[in-house]
Design a protein around this ligand. Structure first.
Ligand code: SF4
Length: 97
């Protein structure tokens, strides 16, 4: 599942600094995209999309242990899951069936 995050998450993940975010989110996004950490940035909403591996895994998911490699610093989206996904608050895809 694609993971949308905010600049505060990127700062907590220590892949960006507050100074960098204050200076220009667009420039920060350009660097993070070049480094392969994010795939897209939407200027209107200021949401960044974490890169997904070719198999759909999150950039921070360990390929062998299947554990989050940044668990203590994970984005708010992950902390809130499944309480808040997109616009359907309380919706959990696992309960869809
Ligand atoms: S909990 Fe970790 S591995 Fe899972 S989506 Fe969030 S950052 Fe990625």
């Amino acid at each position: 599942m694609p993971v949308e995050i905010k600049s505060s998450d990127l700062i907590r993940l220590e892949v960006a600094t507050q100074d960098e975010a204050d200076n220009s989110l667009k420039k920060m996004a350009k660097r993070l995209k070049k480094e392969g950490i994010i795939s897209t940035y939407r200027e209107g909403t200021e949401f960044f999309m974490l890169t997904q591996r070719p198999n759909g895994d999150c950039y921070f998911l360990h390929p062998h242990t299947r554990l989050c490699t940044v668990y203590t610093k994970r984005p708010d989206t992950c902390r809130d899951f499944p309480a808040a996904i997109g616009t359907r608050v309380g919706f959990c895809p696992a309960e869809k069936k």
